[in-house]
Design a protein around this ligand. Structure first.
Ligand SMILES: *Cc1c(COP(=O)(O)O)cnc(C)c1O
Length: 512
């Protein structure tokens, strides 16, 4: 065997499949007159791989199978809500009338799509208790960004230029301080109390200290510790009394649907993560949708355009006429065109399918998380061991075994076909594993996960090396994560396939 064929047998991850003169498809002879391509448009140094169709198909199918996916197995990645995405939503989003419209088509030709967006706006309002929304933001973090800019613009409109500070509890999602900073405002960090809640006394002190410069506060609900705050209404009142506005990070509304309305709790503005709460496949990082919701105070500043009724229906058989409107003092556009419409369709389909049973989503999400928590809390330390929302944090260590870390447990889970929970986040819990089972899992699946977690704790005691060396079965062994993040190799760089160089080792894949 040559070195190359040997590698092919031993190393399924081979990338360098190119053979000179090999072709993927054969084009038929043209049946129209041909024209010469201008010489200055032709290149002869285009180093494209020369591969057959079957090798190409196998290459990409094999790559796709190296990834874990929600459609393959359990995916308890806390905060990310990797729940099952009903296939019917995908079918609906692919209907030609939705998928093939052009964003520059005139309003008159897309009334159905505008009606869908309008109704979605109304449903999101009804679920959250807010009166106003904009479907523009293309992700949760962008919804936050919009909300913070709206708060800033509100203060500026009131002549309150000095209000530039946003309080962010240390149990907030990492995007909260990041968006605040990106919007040019200043973050004031607030420590949590011993049960994981916002420390109300501490908050009062911080608010008093920054009374005249306070723009507002951003609160992740439930917090990234997975808990519902005991004193949310008081917290909001304290900030309001000082003239600040309160933002709710509602990326995890699957813990509140049909149970609590953020507007009724006193929040001024929030965002949803449609791709999490109302299902859109988002494991690959997008696209997403993060509609921002707000009350009267902030409505004029919403990003736009938003869908409004421009002419009411004349009678029962008639439909209203929908059109685009820019809110009067809008912070402007956040992205081209009208937001990620495909996500709006999926969210519409999801909400329509549940109808007035939407509350079940939250009930099961919360029940499932609490079930898993109560099966694991004898074996693993759960630092804030109280009734949780849709997720909870445990410490990824095993009693009596030094040197077992959250990462070892996560890597070992992969050997059992389970995606690791979120690691080392939230930052305030050492060796954090943030576990979100979601509402779409069966009791059998939850039990299987718990059994595996208990088994891993036993393995850690019997044979810690087994965990240190894990994963043993994944396509790639344990990678150097620092190296992988610092030296990202996201595409295969073509290797010159001259005969002399063909024996070379192929470009190594770096997993991140
Ligand atoms: C996922 C998440 C975000 C960010 O959402 P993206 O769509 O990824 O930008 C923000 N806050 C919380 C609490 C989240 O869970």
């Amino acid at each position: 065997m040559t070195e190359k064929t040997e590698q092919k047998v031993l190393e399924p991850l081979i990338y360098e499949l190119s053979e000179p003169e090999r072709k993927g498809v054969r084009m038929p002879e043209p049946d129209v007159p041909t024209t010469d391509i201008p010489a200055d448009l032709l290149r002869d140094d285009l180093n494209l791989p020369e591969v057959s169709e079957i090798d190409t198909v196998r290459h990409f199918v094999r790559l796709s199978q190296l990834n874990h996916a929600i459609d393959i197995g359990f995916y308890p990645l806390g905060s990310c809500t990797m729940k099952y995405n009903p296939k019917v939503n995908e079918a609906v989003a692919r209907l030609t009338g939705y998928a093939q419209v052009h964003p520059l088509q005139s309003e008159g030709t897309v009334q159905g799509n505008l009606a869908l967006m309008y109704r979605l706006q109304q449903w999101l309002c009804e679920i959250s208790g807010f009166k106003y929304t904009s479907l523009q933001p293309a992700a949760g973090a962008q919804g936050e960004f919009a909300g913070i800019l709206m708060i800033r613009k509100y203060h500026l409109a009131n002549g309150d230029e000095k209000r530039t500070k946003i309080i962010v509890p240390d149990s907030a999602h990492g995007t909260n301080p990041a968006t605040t900073t990106m919007a040019g405002l200043e973050v004031i960090n607030l420590a949590s109390d011993e049960i994981g809640d916002i420390d109300l006394d501490e908050l009062r002190k911080v608010v008093a200290r920054h009374k005249d410069t306070l723009a507002g506060m951003m609160i992740t609900v439930p917090s990234t510790l997975g808990v519902y705050e005991d004193h949310m209404v008081e917290v909001i009142e304290v900030v309001h009394e000082a003239g600040g506005l309160v933002y709710m990070d509602g990326a995890n509304m699957n813990a509140l649907l049909g149970v609590a309305k953020p507007a009724e709790l006193g929040f001024d503005v929030m965002h949803y993560n449609l791709h999490k709460t109302f299902s859109t496949p988002h494991g690959g990082g997008g696209p997403g949708s993060g509609p921002v919701m707000c009350n009267d105070k902030l409505a004029p500043f919403r990003p736009g355009p938003v869908v409004e009724i421009v002419e009411e229906a004349h009678d029962e058989d008639d439909a209203p006429l929908y059109g685009w409107k820019m809110p009067e003092q809008s912070i402007g556009r956040l992205k081209a065109f009208h937001g990620n419409f495909g996500m709006h369709v999926r969210a519409y389909a999801y909400i329509a399918a549940y109808g007035n049973q939407l509350r079940d989503v939250t009930n099961y999400a919360v029940l499932n998380a609490n079930y898993v928590r109560s099966r694991l809390d004898d074996t693993y330390k759960v630092p804030f061991n109280r009734t949780c929302g849709h997720e909870f944090v445990l410490e990824g260590r095993v009693n009596g075994v030094e040197d077992i870390h959250a990462l070892d447990i996560s890597k070992r889970l992969m050997d059992y076909g389970i995606h690791p929970p979120t690691n080392y986040f939230p930052l305030i819990v050492p060796e954090a594993l943030l576990i979100e089972p979601t509402e779409t899992e069966s009791k059998e699946m939850l039990d299987q996960f718990c059994d595996v977690m208990l088994k891993i704790a036993q393995e850690a005691k019997d044979d810690p090396e087994l965990l240190h060396k894990a994963p043993h079965k994944a396509p790639i062994r344990r990678v150097d994560e620092v190296q992988a993040a610092k030296q990202l190799v996201l595409c295969c760089q073509p290797v010159v396939s001259s005969t002399e160089e063909r024996g070379e080792k192929p470009q190594e894949a770096v997993a991140s």
